[in-house]
Ligand binder design. Structure first.
Ligand code: SF4
Ligand code: SF4
Length: 182
C-alpha cells in the first residue's frame, strides 16, 4: 500500500509546478523595473510646495507637538514685529514610523507623506533631514469674524445681574403664589 504513495506525491508536485509555470511573474527586475505604488501609500514626511514652489509652513509647531515619537524638531525665532523665522525644521526619517499624524494635524497643509521608497543610506547622519533651513515662516491667513448681531451682543455684568435679580424675584413671587394657592 505504501508503495503507491511515492508516485502520487510526484504527480502532485508536478501539478503545482505546472500551475506556477503559467502564473504571472511577481518578481520584477529592480531597479530597472518598479512597482506602481498604491494611491494611499505613504513613506517619509515631505514639504508641500505651492504653485510657485514655496513652502506654506507657518512655524506653528502643531506637527511637532502631535508626533508621539518626537521625530520633528522645529526651531523658530520671532522678531520684534512678531514675524516668525524658521531656523531649522528637523525630521528624523530613520526613526519615523510614518503614521501620518503630523500631516493630519497640520492646519495649513504644509506637509504630506511622500512616496519615495528609496530611503536607504550609508551614513546614519543622512537619516535626519532639515526640511526648512533659515527661511521665513508663512503668515497664517486671518479668518474674518462675522459682524456682531443684536442677538450675539455681549450682556453687561449689571444687566446680567439685574436680569438674574428679576428672575429670582419672579421665581419667588411665583413660588409665593403657589404657596398661597396651596
Ligand atoms: S508643518 Fe504645518 S503644523 Fe508643522 S509647523 Fe508647519 S504649518 Fe505648523
Ligand atoms: S509620520 Fe508619525 S512618527 Fe513620523 S513624524 Fe509624523 S507623527 Fe511623527
Amino acid at each position: 500500500m505504501a508503495r503507491w504513495k511515492f508516485p502520487v506525491g510526484i504527480f502532485k508536485a508536478m501539478r503545482i509546478a505546472w500551475i506556477n509555470l503559467w502564473r504571472k511573474n511577481i518578481v520584477i527586475q529592480y531597479p530597472h523595473e518598479r512597482y506602481e505604488l498604491p494611491e494611499r501609500a505613504r513613506w517619509s514626511v515631505e514639504m508641500t510646495l505651492d504653485e510657485n514652489g514655496h513652502h506654506t509652513c507657518t512655524g506653528c509647531k502643531i506637527c511637532e507637538n502631535t508626533c508621539a515619537d518626537y521625530i520633528i524638531n522645529i526651531d523658530v525665532s520671532v522678531d520684534e514685529e512678531r514675524n516668525k523665522h524658521i531656523n531649522h525644521w528637523l525630521y528624523q526619517r530613520g526613526a519615523c514610523m510614518m503614521c501620518g499624524l503630523c500631516v493630519e494635524a497640520c492646519p495649513f497643509g504644509a506637509i504630506h507623506m511622500g512616496k519615495n521608497i528609496e530611503l536607504a543610506y550609508f551614513d546614519k547622519e543622512d537619516l535626519t533631514d532639515d526640511l526648512l533651513t533659515d527661511t521665513d515662516a508663512v503668515k497664517p491667513p486671518r479668518k474674518e469674524r462675522p459682524a456682531p448681531t443684536a442677538k450675539s451682543e455681549p450682556v453687561s455684568q449689571e444687566a446680567a445681574h439685574d436680569g438674574a435679580g428679576k428672575t429670582g424675584k419672579s421665581t419667588k413671587e411665583e413660588g409665593g403664589a403657589d404657596g398661597d394657592n396651596s
